[in-house]
Design a protein around this ligand. Structure first.
Ligand SMILES: *[C@@H]1O[C@H](CO)[C@@H](O)[C@H](O)[C@H]1NC(C)=O
Ligand SMILES: *[C@@H]1O[C@H](CO)[C@@H](O)[C@H](O)[C@H]1NC(C)=O
Length: 288
């Protein structure tokens, strides 16, 4: 009799059918790649008996979408794999109703925090830029939110990430010349549209040299590339967005990609501890 009642509930809502610990529920949700990797990393035990935890569980498609180089590296290096997986786990139960825009929470990976963003009036929720596709899946020892991209732990600030990128040398030089290193290393959060060296090289002859000689003009140009707040590509919508310089840039989101004024985003969503970087192929010049 009891079984019939449970079966009837299962027909009404699958929520009633999900029972068991985090590993059981992840299995019921089809997150099999995550479970295989967690087993390889020696984390399946703690996920089934420890907690309570909040797990941002990437779908199988999310893992397949990783560049093969990254996936191979994770499969070969158990420590790195464990670190990346721990980066998807928070201590305690955090339900979707407790998430807020720019909420920053420590993860199980020591010293690393996860940033939540809420866009378009709640239509889009991201965890470190990864869209949340299913929320509040209850397990006996925690709660699972399913996400559609694997989260990679950020390494340093906007400035640190720009310094590591061998295509952003000119930008770094300009940021140093403008005295903006400290600001862009601060709490922010910032969204930075980062022009490549090729973008700076494509400016009319003399433009960059003149900018490097005039701190006010240089600061105006650089801060025109910075938006206050963390806007991952999942949260970008078409329209005018005010920059830190004061004037707005015009964002256009289309199937072919994202543009900012007449610049194309060529590499989106590099997560950093104080925001996000999108690499662009043209320098943005503020209108007079
Ligand atoms: C999980 O539990 C929470 C708190 O009891 C509840 O609000 C939520 O609706 C449950 N999730 C599902 C999918 O039933
Ligand atoms: C430096 O740039 C500012 C802002 O564009 C401009 O008003 C100023 O005249 C420039 N200074 C020099 C010395 O060119």
């Amino acid at each position: 009799m009891k079984l019939t009642v449970v079966a009837a509930f299962c027909l009404i809502s699958t929520a009633f059918c999900q029972t068991g610990n985090i590993v059981d529920v992840a299995k019921q949700l089809g997150a099999t790649t995550l479970l295989e990797l967690a087993t390889d990393a020696g984390l399946a035990g703690v996920l089934s008996t420890g907690g309570p935890f909040t797990v941002f569980a990437p779908t199988n498609e999310a893992f397949s979408a990783l560049p093969p180089r990254v996936l191979n590296m994770l499969k070969k290096n158990k420590q790195l794999l464990a670190d990346v997986l721990k980066y998807h786990v928070l201590n305690g139960k955090v339900y979707s109703s407790q998430l807020s825009n720019e909420l920053v929470t420590p993860t199980l990976l020591e010293g690393f925090k996860d940033r939540i963003n809420i866009y378009q009036g709640g239509k889009v929720v991201t965890s470190e830029g990864s869209p949340v596709v299913k929320v509040d899946q209850n397990a006996t020892n925690g709660v699972i939110h399913v996400i559609s991209k694997v989260e990679l732990p950020p390494r340093g600030t906007v400035v640190d990430a720009a310094k590591r990128n061998n295509k952003l040398g000119t930008l770094v030089k300009a940021v140093v010349a403008a005295g903006l290193v400290e600001t862009l290393s601060g709490a922010g959060p910032f969204t930075v549209f980062a022009p490549t060296d090729a973008a700076f090289n494509a400016l009319p002859p003399g433009t960059l040299d003149n900018l490097l000689k005039n701190k006010t003009a240089l600061t105006d140009v650089l801060t025109y590339h910075v938006v206050s707040g963390t806007f991952y590509s999942a949260g970008l919508a078409s329209g005018a967005v005010p920059t830190v310089e004061g004037k707005s840039v015009n964002i256009a989101v289309a199937s072919g990609g994202v543009t900012v004024n007449d610049a194309k985003v060529t590499m989106a969503d590099e997560s950093v501890t104080n925001g996000v970087i999108h690499v662009i192929d043209k320098v943005l010049i503020p209108p007079k």
